[in-house]
Design a protein around this ligand. Structure first.
Ligand code: GMT
Length: 378
């Protein structure tokens, strides 16, 4: 198939899923066209079947807000026509679905169906905002196909928007070949030369991630176990996290790495992943960690219980309960038999339920179904 993909190309779960989906589809023989305002962060277009089309948004003195959605719609129509795309797949409802809807109309009577994948904050935060509510509902109702990354998000979407069209749950996935445990590199102690255990957090440091909780958890853990925290990513709460590390005299014990694109090289160096989020519709980074045999200590929110089975392949505790989360980290790090059991189970969960080899065919099947509705794809 020839598939157009649009996503937010910056640091964020939806862009990462979209990019890796495109790369996996190309590896399976499809022709993939990314249509975005910048090249997606993890896009490494080694394959001749992966193309990138930039959306240029011109400014004009009259435009206080440059009309990105319109420039995107125009580019989508142009690429679809020129490369004879079979369908568009947009990630994150706004504004991508609305642009796809316009592109579909612009190309009529030629058929260009589009699939919208809902990732989380496009529904839980943005979509529920009064100014975006009606247009998000409209976008969902007028998509040719809608997928959600967890059963939780599917339920929330129906509850919040009262939409009646069917929504397919297709979870996040991980490439289990690329994301692997690496006990030898970890034993070399790159981050912890004095043999400390390594805790890691990876996110876009938005308030929903509660990054300062990671610093507080480290503080509590260090009362019992020598540990070092590696913070990967950047975003609005970066400075707050740095300041708190200073206030708690933890500067020596926290490394801030900033944005990194090759997280499959970093995760295997950790012993535990911290994910103290207020909300996660799925929790992609927890899955990536699990594939590397790194147990997550996370919060019992959103779609995380669909991924992590408490006490089996990771731990889930209430949001904001620093002591409970820290206690789970200490438990894991001070009982090697428990650690080995949970770490092995984490890898097994990733391999057995969420490997890209299992999930990508679900997207392919869904594309075929969407194309077969109506008059078929172009
Ligand atoms: O919050 C983020 O990290 C970004 C956000 C997005 O939409 O870009 O991530 C969401 O999508 C990911 C991929 O499907 C999910 O794994 C994350 O759980 C979800 N984040 C939230 O729900 C807060």
């Amino acid at each position: 198939m020839r598939i157009g993909i649009t996503c937010y190309p910056t640091y964020g779960g939806s862009g990462i899923v979209a990019t890796e989906l495109g790369l996996e589809l190309a590896a399976r023989g499809h022709e993939v066209h990314f249509i975005c305002y910048a090249s997606p962060i993890r896009l490494d277009p080694e394959s001749a079947r992966v193309h990138y089309h930039e959306v240029e948004v011109s400014t004009y003195p009259l435009f206080q807000y440059p009309p990105y959605s319109l420039a995107l719609a125009s580019r989508m129509a142009e690429v679809a026509e020129h490369h004879r795309l079979d369908l568009l797949h947009v990630h994150y409802a706004l504004p991508h679905s609305i642009s796809a809807l316009l592109a579909r109309q612009m190309l009529e009577p030629r058929r260009l169906p589009f699939v919208t994948t809902l990732h989380g904050t496009d529904i839980t935060l943005v979509g529920a905002d009064r100014s975006y509510f009606r247009i998000t509902k409209f976008a969902i109702e007028h998509s040719d196909g809608v997928t959600c990354v967890s059963e939780y998000l599917r339920r929330r979407t129906v509850e919040v928007f009262g939409v009646a069209n069917p929504i397919r749950v297709i979870t996040n996935f991980v490439n289990c070949e690329l994301y692997q445990p690496d006990p030898e590199r970890r034993a070399r102690g790159e981050w912890a030369p004095r043999g400390e255990k390594v805790l890691m957090h990876i996110s876009n440091f938005r308030p929903v991630k509660r990054v300062t909780d990671c610093i507080r958890i480290l503080h509590a853990v260090r009362r019992h176990v020598a540990a070092h925290l590696v913070m990967v990513g950047d975003g609005p709460d970066y400075t707050a996290a740095q300041n708190l590390a200073c206030e708690l005299a933890l500067e020596q014990h926290v490394t801030f790495l900033g944005k990194q694109s090759r997280v499959h090289r970093l995760l295997p160096l950790a012993h535990v992943l911290l994910l103290p989020s207020e909300m996660e519709s799925f929790g992609l980074v927890a899955l990536e960690a699990m594939a590397c045999g790194v147990p997550p200590v996370a919060t019992r929110v959103g779609g995380l219980p669909e991924l992590v089975t408490h006490g089996v392949d990771g731990f889930l505790e209430p949001v904001g309960d620093i002591e409970a989360q820290a206690a789970r980290v200490v438990e894991l790090l001070s009982d090697s038999r428990l650690y080995e059991r949970v770490s092995a189970a984490a890898r097994l969960t990733a391999q057995g339920r969420f490997c890209s080899t299992l999930i990508i065919p679900q997207y392919e099947q869904y594309y075929r179904e969407v194309c077969e509705q109506g008059a078929g794809c172009a």
